[in-house]
Design a protein. Sequence first.
Length: 117
Amino acid sequence: MSKVFITTTFTPSMMKNKVVMVEEIDEARFWAELYNVSQGSEVVPAVGHENTAEIIKERMPDFVKEKMPESLFQKINIEMQDGDWIFAIIPQFRPNETREFTDEEVKKAKFRFFIIV
């Protein structure tokens, strides 16, 4: 069974020497594609900050939430295998220092949406 990872970042180390396609898409298509691809796949939450995971879940349309795990929070190392997908919803701000983002910062952030397959 293929896996569908939901995360807020992606790096080449996740690809494990694979050739992948990375596509930036709009938010509506992101949720629709996530819903479609999650049918018959294992959805693996991989959002490393609990407050960010909760805020992303709040933004999800209800039809997508029904197919998702209760929480999107989970700190894991992603290693794509053949047939896996990564759905990355990436907040677009960087504080001056390394720290957890506040709820207010995450809620106000603009996001970019990517599919990696």
